[in-house]
Design a protein around this ligand. Sequence first.
Ligand SMILES: O=C(O)CCC(=O)C(=O)O
Ligand SMILES: [Fe+2]
Length: 202
Amino acid sequence: MKTKIDFLPLIDTVVENGFAICDDFISSDYLAKLRQIIDNHYLEGEFKEAEIGDRFNQTKVKSIRKDKILWLSRGLNTDLDQFYSEIDRLISVLNRYCFLSINDCEFHFAVYPPGAFYKRHIDQFKSNDGRLLTVILYLNEFWEENNGGELMIYPESGPIKVLPQPGRLVLFKSDELPHEVLKTNKSRYSITGWLKHKHTPL
Ligand SMILES: O=C(O)CCC(=O)C(=O)O
Ligand SMILES: [Fe+2]
């Protein structure tokens, strides 16, 4: 990781606008390490077609999304430790500063092969699995405008196009912000995940 990002201004922006974008969240060296992990698992055929709906209601719908994903576990690779330690720090700042009770998170790697997209949607499932905040970290080399694959977000103030630039982090409220990934012309790599509140019985 680079010198530690100050999460407070980012969180303020999410509270105010529903989303925030942070460039250079990771160094180019660390990005290369994460890409190496993706490439290895992708070549091994471990990425699966992404699905829609929660774990009890999943259907593969190729007309809605065409990315391939691999769910992460903390133990998958020691090179993920740095990423998870920054996520843990973000969670603790959010809980302290916004009085939230985030106590769980889930992440997957995503590869959008050329031609892939993800139509407009909101991340929180109808069944509500407790997703509070969406976190996306892009793991591409420099992204040209004509590569396509932009993230379009649709806040009330009007649509915004976000290019998946190397090391760019995007945060938004999972239950509020409609968004989509436009068709990409080039393979597009990311880590996407959700900070969650999981209810535990007393
Ligand atoms: O990769 C992106 O820019 C967004 C991905 C997304 O919307 C999702 O996985 O729910
Ligand atoms: Fe999404």
